[in-house]
Design a protein around this ligand. Sequence first.
Ligand code: ZN
Length: 166
Amino acid sequence: MINEIEQQVEKILTKYGIKNAPVSVKEIAKQHDISIAKAPSDKFSGLLFRKENGQAFIALNSDESPVRQRFTIAHELGHYFLHPNKSSFVDFRDNKKNILRGPKEVQANRFAAALLMPKKFLEKDVAALASEGLTEEHVGFLAQKYNVSEDAMTFRLMNLHLNPIT
Ligand SMILES: [Zn+2]
């Protein structure tokens, strides 16, 4: 499944000619006629609604940081692309961290990480940055470049075996 997710993300990047970070997840949503709305909440990070006719709608928690909102869009796009068989699938992304409710949530998170931090982009950047390993400063630089949190970047680098040394 992980390789399938990486492959699906590569197809999307190729389709929209995305060659550099940061990846515009809003633009990808727009291309698929997915509208995005925001509302303050203490309960959710994101929601995805799908209508029977295929139209979709993402809601974001406007109280959360821009990088977190960006990750949420990517997460909901993950459900949109990976789990299309349920015609009226609705996702509720809880805002409590570290709660993962089953394989579809894990897959949506993997998709989000792959989309925001594409493997090929990162491998190239890491090779250019540090032939002898990454430092914490490198991770901070990369997080800014990809417009993601440092935690998300650290996790992605670990998953790709591009581990920081510190
Ligand atoms: Zn989800």
